[in-house]
Design a protein around this ligand. Sequence first.
Ligand code: MLT
Length: 269
Amino acid sequence: MYRIVDGIRIAYDDAGSGSALILLHGFPFDRTIWRAQFEPLARLTRVIAVDLRGSGESDCGTGPALMETLAGDVFGLLDALDAGRIVLAGHSMGGYVALAFFRMYSERVAGLALVASHTAADTPAQRIERDAAAQAMAANGPAAPADAIAAEMLERRFAATNPTVVARVRALAARANPVGTAAQIVGMKERVDSTDLLEDIRVPALIIAGESDPFIAPASLERTASAISDCEFVALPGVAHLPMLEAPELTTAALARLVARCNATAARS
Ligand code: MLT
């Protein structure tokens, strides 16, 4: 399904009923990365999985895909779908978008989950790497990065025993739109540090960390969780950067607990 939001086609899946849980994918994936979570969670509540601008079946738009732009697209889509207050879950880049959404529209957020994602901005060295990665993506396409992504984002022993998951990650990354993902790389480079938001998050929250994540130290995510007033912290052993694929049931269960906490909070108020 899709809606036109601000002139841009935004694709999504929408199932279940009740207050909405929004699933935002990371880079360079699309909404299908949540395949294992989507149906089980849609038996509990309404679930909307979104292709961010430049990914999957959504349009690219023009210029850098700033996290604020992507958050604005999500806001426009949710308005079009009459979604009201939502529980927002973002994986990695999707977490950056969720934090931008919270900064811009906190009154619409009833719960927040960061899945292998963090609040920091890029370091100067990372910003230089982003420029090179964006240029390479636009010029050469996603095939070469797809191999590196499959090798880096999955835990080594998990990858050795789960070749179909490795093949799926590689295929997902290889079909990424070079123009859209290059714009997202620039958008991630330009993102602001969101650590200042943590004390303002007064809704139920969840942080899921892969204990073997090569990009984000689990200890730093545990510190982030402790800076939020009501946050469950889940550290998954044997998991690197893709908890929804490496530990699908545990990821689904953690998101289901967040939904239940949000429902309990709504029932009390
Ligand atoms: C992602 O998985 O979305 C990316 O690793 C995020 C990033 O590059 O910062």
